[in-house]
Design a protein around this ligand. Structure first.
Ligand code: FMN
Length: 176
């Protein structure tokens, strides 16, 4: 798919077909995150990819009910994290006022690769920020050095909504 088409057609998908994702497609998708840019090339983003039905059910239950509904039938749930205390630091010392926020910046850039590549492969995603991180940590035994960001659902879209209204160019961009 051409880049402009990917950018314009990517939508948050809240209705999935009951259809598995083939291994080669999933691995091609996951490989796309490895090339994302990051602070000092530390690459702090991590992906906990859940295909097992029972584990998926457990992770789904860490979401509020409307989000559980949104991910129903999705064959894969991905918990995204970042390793703390790398990005934003120089020789172990905070580099500036944003400190660990730079890790989240890297994580978001990396997640964007995943979302856009998924669109390219005909897959839909939903980034979920409303989740219970403590319960997810316990279920997957995620170490404290990793900070849990989102749960991203992944699957073949059953229904795609229209693009929610976006701000106008002049509202968000100042050219000097
Ligand atoms: C960090 C983040 C957290 C989000 N959390 C949720 C969520 O908990 N539940 C949900 O339904 N959508 C969630 N969304 C999806 C947004 O609502 C969606 O991206 C936005 O409305 C724009 O729609 P679009 O993705 O189709 O362009 C989240 C998106 C982001 C980037």
């Amino acid at each position: 798919m051409e880049l402009n088409e990917i950018l314009k057609t990517r939508r948050s998908v809240r209705h999935y077909q009951d259809k598995e994702i083939a291994d080669d497609v999933l691995f091609e998708l996951l490989d796309s995150v490895r090339v994302a840019p990051s602070w000092h090339n530390y690459q702090p983003a991590r992906y906990h990819v859940i295909r097992d039905a029972q584990l998926k059910e457990k992770i789904s239950k860490t979401l509020p009910s409307f989000n559980q509904n949104n991910v129903k039938n999705a064959p894969v749930l991905i918990v995204t994290t970042i390793v703390l205390n790398q990005s934003g630091f120089l020789k172990g010392e905070p580099a500036n006022e944003l400190v660990n926020h730079w890790g989240y910046y890297d994580g978001g850039l990396s997640n964007a690769h995943l979302l856009l590549k998924a669109t390219d492969l005909g897959l839909g995603t939903l980034v979920i920020g409303l989740r219970n991180a403590d319960k997810i940590r316990e279920i997957l035994d995620i170490p404290e050095e990793e900070s849990i960001m989102s749960v991203i659902s992944l699957g073949y879209p059953e229904k795609v909504s229209t693009m929610p209204k976006r701000k106008q160019f002049d509202e968000i961009i100042k050219i000097y």
